[in-house]
Design a protein. Structure first.
Lengths: 382, 130
């Protein structure tokens, strides 16, 4: 239950008591919840008295008579500064005084109600004002949350980029100081490390741009009905090269065509990311098996590896941005931490999802589902 | 410069930071033991008592450096701990003038921010461990 503060400002006691009586017993149901809104009412007989009360405790609802002794209601409105998500002002005007109503609204009032009015009419106006107020507050809250998330994202990104830059500077300074002597061949390892770290930064920036483009919907998409098996075969060929060093076998098991209306570069990103992980986190002489299934409403892509697997704790944070699993087995594996986040965003655009089944030490199976429904609109994630 | 027999325990999950700092410290005459995370550091501490520990704040776990510092002080409160971090903003700890309250809460004797100026690290180590 939410209690809103209502301040009733009118020089006529009858008006004040009447409005109070109406509001004290009034409750407004909130859409989609068991929540109820009720009122704590307070009164003031003059604008001056109201000003004091407003400054001490700003009300959520201000019911304000335009005609007051001393400072008028309109002047009071002029004096105080109203934020639309803080206070909803309802001006009480005389019958047939449209001019007053218009001035009030221009001064920031949300609505007006003309005397004489019934308790029912008052409640109706108040209910409108309350709903508008709650909506304005929700909008502000969401905007604040968005800013907070953006701040955190950029903070983490800054850290992810600072580390490799510090590393490269460190090596350059060691070379500048000739710590290993005057012969450049002695610095081969340092130079290699610099190249590896800068490569990592470029990959991070590239993935970041991918992620941002997908999120903002600015990525150009060409949706054509095509056979996923062809796209998968190509991706497997590319991945096979990276698997050579550890002698990893990659096999695509689906031979019959599986059609989907999709953007081929998005599908390629999905396959490349899943296959790249399947190879990176695999054991020597391991296997990667790929399946594509048409399950009626959805298409499911499964990539299974015989790699190091994931613990339950690692599985939980796996699809977040910048998360890379760090344990004793992943020491020398590089990556931006954005790959799976990108796959997740792409699958969301196809009203699908990504999930993982895994056993530590045995292997993992990643499944991506994509809806076959045509003409899907881009889902812009908040 | 009597840095003979002084052992520095260096803990960081960034392999390049470990390599570069170990190289510099060895050239200054220190004995260096490196550990690439809290677990590895705990293993080292079971067999060796370093004269000083230089550890990174955030490693495998978000509080990796904190808990390691606590453990070191528990093993021997006299082992100086230098805490290094690349994320001053996120931790909310100001690295210039830590208050008494903060100093009591984080078991480190000195805080340094990355990138670490090596001359400053050497001076700090000399001051704390000789």
């Amino acid at each position: 239950m939410t209690k809103l503060k209502a301040l009733i400002v009118d020089d006529e006691m009858g008006m004040r008591l009447g409005a109070q009586r109406a509001l004290d017993k009034f409750s407004i149901a909130v859409e989609n919840s068991d929540h109820e809104i009720t009122f704590d009412t307070d009164i003031a007989g003059t604008a001056e008295e109201a000003l004091e009360k407003i400054e001490a405790h700003p009300p959520d609802i201000l019911l304000l008579d335009y005609k007051l002794p001393g400072m008028s209601g309109l002047d009071l409105l002029n004096t105080i500064h109203i934020e639309h998500d803080e206070t909803a002002v309802i001006m009480i005007t005389a019958y047939a005084s449209l001019e007053t109503a218009v001035s009030a609204i221009k001064q920031g009032a949300f609505d007006f109600i003309a005397k004489p009015f019934t308790p029912g009419e008052l409640k109706s106006v108040i209910e409108k004002a309350v709903k508008n107020l709650m909506l304005a507050r929700q909008v502000k809250k969401l905007a604040r949350e968005r800013h907070e998330i953006r701040f955190q994202f950029i903070s983490v990104l800054g850290h992810e980029l600072k580390a490799p830059i510090n590393a490269v500077q460190g090596y350059l300074n060691l070379m500048k100081d000739e710590t290993l002597g005057g012969d450049i061949s002695g610095y081969a390892k340092m130079i290699d490390r610099c190249l590896i770290r800068t490569d990592g930064m470029l990959k991070l920036i590239g993935d970041l741009l991918d992620l941002t483009k997908i999120e903002s919907g600015k990525r150009e998409r060409t949706l054509i009905k095509q056979n996923l098996v062809d796209i998968a075969d190509e991706a497997v060929e590319t991945a096979a090269v990276t698997g050579l060093e550890k002698n990893i076998t990659i096999e695509m098991h689906t031979k019959t065509p599986v059609f989907l209306t999709c953007d081929s570069s998005e599908m390629t990103i999905i396959f490349n990311n899943l296959l790249s992980n399947a190879v990176k986190y695999n054991c020597d002489n391991g296997r990667v098996d790929v399946y594509i299934e048409d399950t009626g409403e959805y298409v499911t892509i499964s990539v299974h590896d015989t790699g190091i697997g994931l613990s339950p704790a690692e599985k939980e944070k796996l699809f977040q941005e910048f998360v890379r699993i760090k344990n004793s087995k992943t020491k020398n594996i590089t990556g931006s931490g954005l790959g799976l986040a990108i796959v997740k965003k792409i699958s969301a655009q196809y009203k699908g999802n990504i999930s993982v089944n895994s056993e530590e030490g045995k292997g993992s199976t990643f499944c991506v589902t994509l809806s076959k429904k045509e003409g899907l609109s881009l889902t812009k994630e908040e | 410069m009597n840095t003979k027999n002084k052992t520095v325990l260096l803990v960081d999950d960034d392999a390049d930071f470990l390599y570069q700092t170990e190289l510099r410290l060895k050239q200054e005459g220190y004995t260096v033991i490196t550990a690439d995370g809290e677990e590895a550091a705990e293993t080292v501490l079971q067999e060796t008592r370093p004269d000083i520990a230089v550890i990174d704040l955030m490693m495998e776990r978000m509080d990796g450096g904190f808990t390691l510092a606590y453990h070191i002080k528990k093993i021997d409160n006299n082992i100086p701990v230098v805490m290094i971090s690349g994320v001053t903003g996120e931790t909310g700890i100001s690295f210039d003038a830590a208050t008494d309250e903060e100093r009591n809460w984080v078991k480190a004797d000195v805080f340094m921010a990355k990138p670490v100026r090596f001359e400053q690290l050497i001076r700090t180590i000399k001051k704390l461990a000789g």
